[in-house]
Design a protein around this ligand. Structure first.
Ligand code: GAL
Length: 808
């Protein structure tokens, strides 16, 4: 075997990060961008005076520093998806943050050894929105959709020495249903390569045959150039070459190879094993381009009798929907924040994410590949018929195909993606042209990726049954409407159905309301929701309604709960009240702290660890003697509850009501301060686990716990430190709202704080915030020089708390 020279260098360059092999150079444009939040005629021209522009790093979200203002993007709308009969004034729908308007970015760069005539691409992972991109004063292109990946060939716009990149972005009002973020919120790269090259996103790796002994890896490489040869080495996760192949047989611009990998290790959520295809492009003996494509070997079949079959095993989606914002970080993508989210979700037993309702970041997909999360990758929230006046409807006809093409080509090698979604609750589903549009989009997905199925999250169930829209789809997806699943299953031809959006139960972490009753809409004066999790919305339902279908119907192939984490904007049920600026739907709050519901899902989804969780908290001064129901979320089937040692009886999971099947509930407990204890039994009635909660005294000191105490010294990595207000005995004070202050010294900086309170107008980036339900989270970011970091948290009347974090 002839081993070809391949050296990969990773350098830190003044521009940012530079990755180079001997055939192509990739430059990340991260630091030293100039930014201004207004329109300036001719801002792309080199001579523009930028004295009053701010210096920022990309990814950047210009709106996240606020301030919150209820007048921003105030929308008077009738939300048909929410079954509204008349238009209502909505504040906070898009987060009440200043994302509306025009922003300009500029960045100077030079390409070092750049040789005239080399192919140079400028690649954006997403820019919010309507990007007009200029190089050296000339416009090189425009990409309207803020969520998509796009690139321009800037070869002919470059000169030797310094070049100027300028980007104009514009977010009109009434263009979103949630906080979209603002600015260049994902990464930007320049790729310099030979004229003879692998086309951008032109390599497609699939695994059409898998057996224990052998997997067939099919690799299609789209190339620019003639008389070329593609040589591919497949390496396993340890970097060992396990297969190799070369071909110069061109079909049009494509070279296709089938390579056998012996005894393949399969990718799955439990074993997310990854291989890498190292492709080299030769003209004669000269190496012209080089590419590494990571992939997984796995098979996915949607089988009408079995459901979703992954590597031969029936697998249900235990999924959550996620918006793209990262709470206190806004839309600016950050890999460690995404990793923390996935870590929290995996502990819950979650195995899937739906990127609602847009293209996910590459960083999120990379993590899902590595950590083992199935992915429903969604394209649009709107097609032709508007939900919001200035939404994607403005662009659909001209841009939808281009957007789907970029979406699929840029992401199709991720093994985590197991289904595409072409739309979410698009109003077109009940329009006469709806089925044609659905088919047109699905055909584009299939053309670009014949290996995956396509769904749409539908909510107009009667209409899509009647007009054929639902029958067009590979896999019908339903948002809520559990009472219509059975009818749709009978009438649709596919024989299976996916809960593309489920539950939409609303709660505020650590807040409980009385009396405890099941309702489909309820608001309270403090603009909070109850964590007894008995309230959904008029169009949605409680988790159990979905559990029953998931458990009892094989043809329901899984669910995606709305949502895994709270997000900025859409503060249902308080869309008409102020202040309220973020959602209540999350299983975890905006800070990433689990609400009680987390444990309900964990008790069902995490089948390897035990869950035994008691709610509510036990600090109810003033409620002495009053009925204060206690719920336990557990994967044990029965348990006994004690209040101050007095038994409240044994509860068993049973099929009497949907709630009793999944929650243990003691509805008649009377509050008295002290200790609540639960003792759980195994199926033989033996006590096997127990848990206690206690009434807390006055706030006394603070406890800090970090998700990671060692972070990378790269200026980006984050440690998320949870701060808990506790009494003198260390018992968490569940109602504490102390104003806390943060100071970070050493090799790190204070990045943001978040308490998960949807009604808080305190800004995330300021080093002070009130605790909410006794807790908040502080985000500490590394600098580029390694060393010790110290976080200090203070609060009036509380002992100061300190935490050391190492940055390496
Ligand atoms: C759905 C919609 C989501 C979100 C959710 C709230 O109808 O698809 O984007 O708005 O309702 O319950």
């Amino acid at each position: 075997m002839k081993k070809l020279l391949s050296i990969t260098l990773v350098l830190i360059f003044n521009l940012g990060c530079l990755a180079q092999n001997n055939a192509r150079t990739v430059v990340h444009l991260e630091k030293n961008w100039q930014f201004i939040n207004k329109d300036i005629a001719g801002a792309q021209m080199p001579e523009t005076n930028t004295a009053d522009w701010e210096t920022v790093s990309v990814p950047h979200d210009w709106a996240i520093k606020g301030p919150f203002d209820k007048e921003i993007d105030k929308q008077v709308v009738r939300v048909t998806q929410d079954l509204e009969k008349e238009a209502k004034e909505r504040t906070g729908r898009t987060g009440a943050l200043p994302h509306i308007g025009i922003g300009w970015y500029r960045k100077s760069f030079s390409l070092g050894e750049y040789k005239k005539g080399e192919k140079t691409l400028l690649v954006f992972d997403g820019a919010m929105s309507d990007a007009h991109v200029f190089v050296n004063g000339k416009e090189v292109g425009n990409w309207p959709f803020g969520y998509n990946y796009f690139y321009f060939d800037i070869t002919d716009y470059l000169k030797g020495g310094e070049n100027l990149l300028a980007v104009r972005l514009e977010n009109p009002p009434f263009s979103s249903r949630w906080y979209p973020g603002a600015g260049i919120y994902r990464k930007v790269q320049i790729i310099v390569k030979d004229q003879v090259n692998f086309q951008q996103w032109g390599t497609f790796v699939t695994t059409p045959f898998i057996s224990n002994e052998m997997a067939k890896i099919n690799i299609k490489s789209a190339v620019n150039g003639e008389n070329v040869k593609v040589v591919i080495e497949i390496k396993d996760a340890d970097g060992k070459i396990v297969a190799m192949c070369g071909s110069d047989e061109m079909f049009g611009n494509q070279i296709e190879q089938n390579i056998g990998v012996p005894y393949p290790k399969l990718w799955s959520p439990e074993t997310p094993y990854l291989y890498t295809a190292h492709s080299k492009l030769y003209q004669g003996t000269e190496l012209k381009d080089e590419l590494a494509t990571r992939f997984g070997i796995r098979s996915v079949v949607y089988d009408r009798d079995k459901g979703m079959v992954l590597n031969g095993k029936v697998t249900k989606f235990k999924g959550v929907c996620l918006h793209h914002d990262l709470g206190p970080l806004g839309a600016a993508v950050n890999k460690s924040a995404l990793k923390r989210q996935i870590t929290i979700l995996k502990d819950m037993g979650c195995n899937a994410i739906r990127s609602s309702h847009n293209m996910p970041s590459h960083e999120q997909l990379e993590l899902c590949d590595e950590m083992g999360i199935l992915f429903m990758a969604e394209a649009f929230d709107e097609w032709v018929t508007p939900k919001v006046k200035n939404g994607y409807n403005r662009w659909f006809n001209e841009w939808a195909e281009k957007d789907v093409v970029n979406f699929v080509r840029a992401t199709r090698n991720h093994p985590c993606i197991v289904i595409w979604s072409s739309g979410n609750e698009v109003p077109d589903q009940s329009e006469p042209d709806g089925p044609k549009l659905a088919r047109r989009l699905q055909d584009i997905f299939h053309r670009e990726d014949p290996t995956r199925s396509v769904t749409v999250g539908m909510d107009q169930v009667k209409a899509v049954i009647a007009n054929g829209f639902g029958a067009v789809l590979d896999v019908p997806g339903f948002n809520y409407r559990v009472h219509l699943y059975e009818e749709a299953y009978e009438k649709f031809p596919q024989g299976l159905l996916i809960g593309s959006e489920t539950a939409s139960t609303v709660s505020s972490r650590g807040v409980y309301k009385f009396p405890v009753e099941k309702l489909d809409w309820k608001t309270w004066d403090d603009l909070q929701c109850s964590s007894y999790d008995m309230v959904s919305c008029s169009w949605s339902n409680l988790p159990e309604e979905d559990f029953v279908l998931q458990d009892d119907k094989d043809w329901v192939i899984g669910e995606f709960v709305w949502t895994g984490f709270d997000y900025l904007g859409e503060p249902t049920p308080y869309g008409m009240e102020w202040p309220s600026r973020s959602s209540y739907f999350g299983i975890c709050d905006l800070a990433g702290l689990p609400k009680d519901r987390y444990y309900l899902y964990r008790s069902r989804w995490n089948t390897t660890d035990k869950t035994l969780h008691i709610l509510p908290h036990w600090n109810w001064q003033g409620r002495e003697g009053e009925i204060t129901p206690v719920f336990v979320y557990t994967n044990y089937n029965s348990a006994e509850l004690f209040v101050n040692g007095v038994s409240q009886g044994i509860q068993k999971k049973n099929f009497d009501t949907k709630q009793n099947r999944y929650r243990l509930m003691w509805m008649d407990v009377k509050y008295e301060p002290g200790t609540v204890k639960v003792v759980a039994f195994d199926d033989n009635g033996k006590a096997v686990a127990q848990k206690e909660i206690h009434t807390a005294g006055k706030p006394h000191h603070l406890e800090l716990s970090a998700d990671r105490k060692e972070i990378a010294a790269d200026g980006k990595d984050l440690s998320f430190v949870t701060v808990t207000v506790v009494d003198k005995d260390g018992i968490p004070c569940p109602t504490a709202s102390n104003q806390l202050n943060f100071k970070v010294s050493g090799a790190g900086r204070f990045k943001a704080a978040c308490n998960g309170d949807a009604t808080s107008l305190e800004m995330f980036h300021l080093p002070t915030m009130k605790a909410f339900s006794g807790k908040l989270v502080v985000l500490v970011q590394s600098c580029e020089n390694g060393g010790d970091i110290e976080l200090e948290v203070t609060g009036k009347g509380l002992e100061t708390a300190k935490m050391a974090i190492a940055s390496k």
